[in-house]
Design a protein around this ligand. Structure first.
Ligand code: HMG
Ligand code: MG
Length: 322
């Protein structure tokens, strides 16, 4: 028995970064798809526990239309409950338009994310407008946010495949990514919204983004795990020089406007792999897994994360409950 409870043995390999910054999306991407509204006190407790577990960045909610995403209609109440915690550059929120920015600024938010699409169909379904029209919607948002000193991230969705359009050309992703960075966004997140990416495709896209002058050190990967490829894709991206990884506590997630989008890469599954590889994250796996088990209790179903389930099983065995 060489391993401590809740952590794998460490076997580093060459070619990986020394540290990874995990961008936690569970409170936003994880919850936005839940049909039953989660009480705002539970959301606030979730965000507090995620920070307490050592996560460096926790995306808290979205300032979108409450008609489009009813689950996150309580963004104001959540931010009020969070107080100072929500007014940090480590607590970004999703903002689609100037109306959303004004709502966020009124609460003292210091970091936002706009979210574009590499495909026309998803732009229409998620934002009610074309790719070009959505870029035009984001332009004043990014400009005003930067003027106010906010940190701004840009997501691009459907970077690998789209449920309506099929495979997505790398050039379409590069076009939207470049346009968003040219607006003044400081970080790019490449979204595999429906989880169809495979490692070779990841390398091809990162190469193309690099050729378009998009820096690796400000590019994040955002994988959903529909086909069980999220972790393989992530390790591939790390080998390519990526050091920012989006993940969702407990593997919750999905996009209400993307047919066949399932959960994100589970933060616990990512932590297990990174710890085993000797890559520093600063996150306490046991504290995080306990948080996901607690949240699963509120949602009324077990976490889809394999690591959360394995650790919960181990805890039962230690307690003699098997
Ligand atoms: P619109 O153009 O105003 O369209 O909204 P609308 O006519 O459907 O407006 C709906 C109502 O919302 C109107 O009010 C607007 O005034 C109001 P009503 O007339 O019904 O009283 N409204 C707002 N209210 C509050 N805050 C606002 C706001 N804006 C308008 N900011 C809009 C266009 C973009 C706002 C809408 O399409 C929308 O909210 N879309 C958001 C969809 C969304 O949140 N999707 C999930 C996030 S993306 C994702 O998950 C992918 C990601 O994880 C990466 C990946 O995996 O790929 C990031
Ligand atoms: Mg997502």
């Amino acid at each position: 028995m060489s391993r401590m409870a809740g952590l794998p043995a460490v076997h580093p390999v060459a070619g990986l970064p020394a540290a990874v910054r995990i961008y936690e999306v569970g409170a936003r991407d994880g919850l936005q798809n839940e049909s039953t509204v989660v009480p705002v006190a539970v959301k606030a407790e979730l965000v507090r526990r995620l920070f307490a577990a050592g996560l460096p960045v926790v995306e808290t909610t979205s300032f979108v239309s409450p008609r489009w995403v009813p689950q996150l209609a309580d963004a104001e109440e959540l931010l009020a409950d969070l107080g100072e915690l929500g007014r940090s550059t480590n607590a970004p929120v999703l903002v689609p338009n100037v109306r959303g920015l004004d709502r966020a600024l009124a609460l003292g938010v210091r970091a936002i994310a706009v979210f574009g699409s590499a495909t026309q169909t998803f732009a229409q379904r998620n934002l009610g407008r074309s790719v070009a029209e959505s870029l035009a919607m984001f332009e004043p948002v990014v400009e005003q946010a930067r003027e106010q000193g906010l940190w701004v991230r840009a997501y691009v969705s459907m970077c690998f495949g789209d449920p309506w359009e099929g495979p997505v050309p790398v050039a379409s992703v590069v076009h939207v990514a470049r346009a968003l960075m040219d607006l003044g966004c400081q970080e790019l997140s490449i979204g595999d919204t429906i989880g169809v990416a495979t490692p070779g495709h990841v390398v091809a896209l990162l190469d193309a983004l690099g050729s378009a002058g998009i820096a690796r050190d400000t590019t994040a990967v955002h994988f959903h795990d529909t086909y069980g490829q999220a972790l393989a894709n992530t390790v591939t991206a790390l080998r390519e020089g990526i050091t920012i990884v989006d993940a969702s506590a407990g593997g919750l997630g999905g996009c209400p406007y993307a047919k066949s989008a399932t959960g994100n890469l589970a933060t616990e599954d990512l932590l297990w792999a990174l710890h085993g590889l000797g890559v520093h994250t600063g996150v306490d796996l046991d504290a995080l897994a306990a948080t996901s088990a607690w949240l699963a209790g509120h949602l009324g179903r077990p976490s889809p994360s394999r690591v959360v389930r394995a650790l919960a099983g181990g805890a039962s065995a230690e307690n003699g409950n098997l």
